[in-house]
Write a protein that binds this ligand. Structure first.
Ligand code: M6R
Length: 617
């Protein structure tokens, strides 16, 4: 996720672009840049880091007033995907001639092939970004008509994109086009703008057009033309924005956490899709991890060790179950702060999977360095390109979740699960445990998950109503077996960290070994029931807590009525393979935690005593 702005009109573009970028900084903040059409032609300034670094660079590098000013330009604040945060990888990216500049939000999945093809035509590249392939492709097709060149280039792209494009030879226009990445066109008086989100526009206009997939907008200062991807003129309906600036930044949601919970379907798609072979190429579907450099040698490991903290550790616990199930390989999973001070037995044949949303957690990094010292090879799963973890690991698999602003991790967690499932399945294939037909079934199940997550989100009012009845409970226990136990750990953490409710998770089989002593009429027990072979056992545990007066909510499959008669409330999730269920079953728990926090009058985005990134011990 990145932030795009574009301006064309009668005012000086640079200050407007900078202001717009600051409004979008929540979408990405590892680097920023601006391209402006001015007296000196097309000029680009870029800087690694926050937008203030770009401001400093602009004033340092523009010695005279005319050097970096003009009435049309595009800007970008980046959340790196391809290529670490650096000046050269920042956007705008230009084509080899330097005449066409592009800002991009999204992932160009076939950028490698496009780059190869362009290189074979003699086109040169400077950066590691997927975006430069787009700029060069447009440059390649440019024969004096920017719109035509954009249409030809976009026709060859695979993946997702929101693009803002300007060309030195056509300084009176900005072109915008999108697929699966948002772009809004703002209509002002004698000026028009583009942005990847409304907050960047609100100071100038409340009249906007939302671009739909593959639609193209050509902005001039006094009008905007819209085209289909085939170049036919289209008419669009204008929208008047009612939101205030603060809620616009959160996409109309009350909090970032709720917004991020809702971003999960998209984040899951972005994380999954580039790692699968295309469905329409014929033949059996495959998982393709070439992009991260994963080859057969990795699957020869004698043991997998997963190490992380907090939510990422919970993902690791689920990962252990997945690896054992899919790949039949021994797995240890460790809290990083324990691992680093224990006396762990390390073996050069071990593979470590280190999980961290931020890639900067002190304990997690220390554990990784210890494992490396012991000779193990490291796979990192992280959300931040160029983070310390990403730089120091042998292989990196990114979660394409975009920046997570709320302290409580939601979309990072489910995308971590997606990555772990992909690696575990690939291990299974390489170790001969999973055959082609089975893999196909798992791939189908994984591909169904984003839409299934969407369906759960549509039923959120039920969870909100339930939270409004239960938010004052003295204690809440989450229990389950196997994958459900692991998902319970994360569910309990969500509730405790943002609603300050005392919540615990335990394996349902442990109930009689202790936790049941705490169960009374003040207790809510949330039972996760997606492990079909253990439904009888779960039923018995539920009966036992009910007998002690606890209220019980069950999270189970929508096509099962098994728990209807013994639960006070049933939350339903779409049917999936039992080993993939945590990606879905955690969503009702995230929503429950969120609504409990709101009912208690708390700010779920900023829970007390917690920080987003724990870079100290
Ligand atoms: O950035 P990391 O994934 O390494 O962070 C690990 C934990 O600090 C983090 O997951 C924490 O538990 C969150 N507050 C959970 O919502």
């Amino acid at each position: 996720m990145c932030g795009i702005v574009g301006y064309i009109g009668n005012q000086e573009a640079v200050p407007i672009l900078l202001k717009g970028l600051k409004k979008l900084e929540y979408r990405g903040y590892d680097s920023a840049g601006i391209a402006v059409q001015g007296k000196m032609g097309l000029v680009v300034r870029k800087a690694k880091g926050l937008i203030k670094n770009l401001e400093e660079k602009i004033s340092a590098e523009s010695k005279n007033a005319d050097e970096f000013c003009g009435f049309a330009g595009i800007g970008h604040t980046r959340w790196a995907t391809h290529g670490e945060p650096s000046d050269v990888n920042s956007h705008p990216q230009t084509d080899a001639s330097g005449k066409i500049a592009v800002v991009h939000n999204g992932i160009i999945e076939n950028h490698g092939k496009l780059k190869e093809w362009l290189l074979s035509k003699g086109v040169t590249f400077q950066s590691e970004t997927d975006t430069e392939a787009v700029a060069n492709l447009i440059g390649f097709y440019y024969r004096g008509d920017l719109l035509q060149a954009v249409m030809e280039a976009v026709g060859r792209l695979e993946g997702s994109w929101g693009l803002g494009i300007i060309c030195a030879d056509e300084p009176d226009r900005i072109i915008a086009v999108r697929k699966e990445s948002p772009l809004v066109v703002g209509i002002g008086k004698g000026e028009n703008l583009i942005a990847s989100d409304v907050p960047a526009l609100l100071e100038y206009t409340r009249e906007v057009y939302y671009l739909e997939d593959r639609e193209i907008a050509v902005l001039f200062k006094d009008h905007v033309d819209f085209y289909s991807d085939e170049g036919q003129v289209i008419q669009k309906e204008k929208t008047h924005i009612e939101w205030d600036a603060a809620s616009a930044e959160k996409g109309g949601y009350e909090h970032f956490m709720l917004k991020e919970i809702h971003e999960q379907p998209k984040a899951l798609t972005d994380t999954l899709r580039p790692r699968l072979t295309a469905a329409d190429t014929g033949g059996a579907r495959k998982i393709n991890l070439d992009e991260i450099g994963f080859d057969a040698s990795w699957a020869q490991a004698s043991r997998v060790v997963i190490t992380a903290c907090g939510t990422a550790w919970h993902a690791g616990v689920i990962g252990k179950y997945a690896f054992e199930h899919f790949a039949r390989i021994p797995v240890d999973v460790d809290v990083a702060s324990e691992f680093r001070y224990r006396d762990p037995i390390l073996n050069p044949k071990d593979i470590f999977i280190i999980i961290s949303q931020s890639g900067e957690t002190a304990d997690t990094l220390a554990a990784m360095r210890m494992a490396k010292k012991g000779g193990a090879r490291i796979i990192a799963i992280t959300n931040v390109v160029g983070s310390t973890l990403a730089r120091e690991a042998d292989l990196v698999m990114y979660t394409w979740a975009g920046p997570e602003i709320a302290v409580a991790s939601t979309k990072a967690f489910t995308t971590q699960l997606m990555c772990l499932n992909l690696i575990a399945l690939q291990f299974g294939v390489l170790r001969g445990v999973i055959k082609s037909a089975q893999l196909n079934e798992y791939i189908n199940a994984l591909e169904a998950i984003p839409a299934q997550a969407e369906k759960i989100l549509k039923g959120k009012e039920n969870i909100q109503r339930f939270a409004s009845q239960q938010f004052n409970k003295g204690k809440v226990f989450f229990m389950g077996r196997l994958f459900d136990y692991a998902a319970s750990l994360e569910s309990a953490l969500k509730l405790k960290e943002i609603s300050y409710t005392h919540s615990e998770a335990f394996a349902a089989g442990e109930l009689k070994h202790g936790p049941i002593a705490l169960v009374d009429t003040s207790t809510l027990v949330v039972a996760l029931c997606t492990q079909s072979k253990l439904f009888d056992k779960m039923e018995s545990s539920i009966t036992q807590v009910k007998a002690r007066g606890a209220a019980v909510a069950v999270i189970t499959y929508e096509d099962s009525d098994r728990f209807n008669n013994i639960a006070d409330e049933v939350f339903r999730i779409p049917r999936t393979d039992d080993s993939l269920s945590p990606i879905l079953s955690v969503i009702p728990a995230q929503l429950f935690a969120y609504y409990c926090a709101v009912q208690r009058g708390l700010d779920p985005d900023k829970p007390r005593n917690l920080a987003k990134s724990v870079t100290v011990e």
